[in-house]
Design a protein around this ligand. Structure first.
Ligand SMILES: [Mg+2]
Length: 296
């Protein structure tokens, strides 16, 4: 799938479905991602990205707790889907509870757990892993053997975010893999937001390995691939029209929703040069949600 560049309005389609969208959806010639084609009360399920959407590190973003309470009070299902491959599903589950955003374990989708699920789906029995010990444990838990001998040639390589990945790590991958090695990665995100500013994402590692091996194809499992949201929809018996996806990254969250065919809201803060599209806030979403329920 080609990646859509944020800021190129000609390459961006409307995220909503159907043909009866009102004229207000056109904003200075560009589709809008701060409003939705239907009242928010009509979406049975809200799916949230995490980093930059509900929290930054240990800081819960303004409106997140209130929005969870409002959605719960009105009977909407809440799910979260993060591209995070650094932490295991259990670690993300615990953090949500610790920060007062507790959800059932089966309502949480992480890049790490989806990689394990995807390897299983593709019938992979063993893989070498670039990533944290949490990612390796997650993949082991899914029933796939994680190889740890850095000298034995490999058939399958799985890539997550490993902050210590350096030239010697890359040289090792070149020694044990080649352009025919099957490669799965969590995502190609350039960066991810933190409380001290963006940090480099696993896209750098994927690009370095891709370039060094001359790989022909790398399978992306996380956003903007639709693998995760299809899994989520299957698990919870949802159709695309049931889902409202809320995220802060156009290239992963919004592009994925568009590809999958569900509606989405873009909550990134307007940053010069990064988010030229209209965005909204969690507080504004609460107001619209409450208003749409009062009107029905
Ligand atoms: Mg995010």
């Amino acid at each position: 799938m080609s990646r859509t560049k944020c800021g190129d309005p000609t390459s961006i389609g409307f995220t909503g479905q159907g043909t009866d969208r009102p004229a207000e959806y056109t904003h200075r010639g560009s589709p809008r991602y701060d409003i939705t084609p239907r009242p928010l009360s009509s979406y049975p399920c809200f799916v949230f990205d995490l980093d930059g959407t509900l929290w930054l590190d240990e800081h819960v973003l303004t409106g997140a707790h209130q929005l969870f309470r409002s959605l719960t009070r009105h009977g909407h299902k809440i799910l979260v889907y993060t591209n995070n491959t650094r932490h295991s599903h259990n670690e993300v589950h615990s953090k949500l509870q610790r920060l007062g955003l507790g959800l059932a374990a089966n309502c949480i989708y992480t890049g790490s757990s989806l990689l394990g699920r995807a390897l299983n789906r593709y019938g992979i029995q063993e893989t070498f892993v670039v990533g944290t010990s949490s990612l390796k444990c997650e993949i082991q838990r899914s029933g796939v053997l994680v190889l740890d001998d850095p000298k034995v040639p490999i058939d399958v390589l799985t890539i997550g975010l490993e902050t210590g990945f350096d030239d010697s790590s890359l040289a090792n991958i070149v020694r044990i893999a080649n352009q025919d090695t099957l490669i799965f990665c969590g995502n190609r995100d350039r960066d991810f937001p933190t409380s001290t500013g963006p940090k480099i994402g696993s896209g750098r590692i994927v690009a370095q390995i891709e370039s060094a091996l001359g790989s022909r194809h790398i399978t992306v499992i996380g956003k903007p691939s639709v693998f995760g949201i299809q899994a989520l929809a299957q698990d919870h018996h949802l159709q695309p029209r049931d889902i409202m996806f809320i995220g802060d990254n156009y290239d992963s969250d919004i592009a994925m929703a568009k590809e999958y065919g569900c509606d989405s809201l873009f909550v990134a803060p307007p940053t010069p040069g990064r988010t030229p599209l209209p965005t909204t806030t969690l507080i504004a979403i609460i107001e619209r949600l409450e208003h749409s329920h009062e009107s029905t």
